[in-house]
Design a protein around this ligand. Structure first.
Ligand SMILES: [Mg+2]
Length: 122
């Protein structure tokens, strides 16, 4: 799942993932993402922006973690222009698995997909 308020970023990441043969769901903010996560059974992982209207990315991760449900450990990788130590610390506490800095290279998304594919097979 790709969560970002920038349509340009969503299109870019979505295309890379689709090119690798995977399905993608897009959401434009944390609240919409949370609604979709609630209703969708088979989300493997989320590439998630931090700064978004309605609900930011770290609040989304927090919401997913604090609920008593099977999606508690959903894998998140943040993709953001944020560099603040406070945000990174919070992400770590929330069990965020990775941090991609914008602007990212297509190859970084591809590597991430390969990593996730290996993880889910092991
Ligand atoms: Mg943003």
């Amino acid at each position: 799942m790709v969560i970002d308020d920038s349509e340009t970023v969503r299109i870019k990441i979505t295309q890379i993932i689709k090119d690798k043969g995977h399905e993608v769901i897009e959401a434009e903010n944390g609240q919409i993402a949370l609604d979709i996560i609630t209703k969708t059974l088979d989300i493997d992982f989320c590439i998630c922006d931090i700064n978004m209207p309605e609900m930011d990315g770290l609040t989304l991760v927090e919401e997913v973690r604090r609920r008593d449900w099977d999606k508690k450990n959903l894998v998140f990788v943040m993709c953001t222009t944020e560099t603040s130590a406070g945000h990174k610390m919070k992400a770590k506490e929330l069990g965020v698995r990775g941090w991609l800095h914008k602007p990212f290279k297509n190859a970084q998304i591809e590597q991430l997909l390969e990593f996730m594919a290996k993880e889910s097979n092991s």
